[in-house]
Write a protein that binds this ligand. Sequence first.
Ligand code: ADP
Length: 270
Amino acid sequence: VMLITMGIFWLLSILMSVWMSRLTMRPILRSWERQTEFVGNAAHELRTPLTIIQNKLELLLTKPNDKIIDQAENIAIANSESQRLQKLTQDLLALARSDSNTVQTNFEVTRLARFMTDIVEPYSEIAASQGKSLSLTPVTDFKATLDQNLIHQLMNILIDNALKYSPQGRAITISARLIGRKWQLIVADQGIGIQAGDRRRIFDRFYRVDTSRSRQTGGNGLGLSIAQWIVGLHHGTIVVKDNLPQGTQFVATFPLNPSASLTGRRDKKQ
Ligand code: ADP
């Protein structure tokens, strides 16, 4: 009886340790799975423009007597695909930095009105050239502590998207407002909108609501993941809402002075 009891205990302890090790291994396995999926997706995204460039170059090499107009078209396509590759590698690099926590942040007290005007102004011209309107709602004079390069990058992502997903004739409005000890950045458009079911996933890496449309407009599905990372570095939050009666609104909310809570984090990164 003693031997059987000891045997059962021994068996139970083995089962327990296997179960425990599965529990402790689970996050590691999950992060490994995520990395593998990321690399797979990245490779897939890189392959498409590379294949197109290769095909176009081969055409130019094998058919040197083609009409100039056809050759020019092949060169233009290869050129736009190489620009896509460049953007993709920049985005992948930003996400790799975010994963390894190696980004250098530089938080500065910033006067929002001036800062935002400088960023938005060039976009108004781009919007006008596409038959859309883009404007900055006058910002009250307040200051916030932020990393100017990163918030600039965040605004680029949100404004680029607002332009990409808005048909001609529509308006895009950018605003910043002070709410107690927090401030908000709002980018609102009257574009195609995002269905409720997709809103949860648009911040996922490589997620695109409509892959073919996004590809046409040069999207790679990484912009909003980078946006979310930038907001997180500022201890903020970002949400997407309907912009009634039509379109989408991205609202990022930040503490006015995240520097106190960021000190530990920044030290770790440098
Ligand atoms: P992409 O490079 O494809 O635009 P993002 O990560 O920036 O990638 O956005 C993910 C997806 O979210 C887009 O493919 C698009 O379907 C949707 N999306 C983002 N911003 C908007 C917007 N302002 N209006 C409509 N859909 C949007």
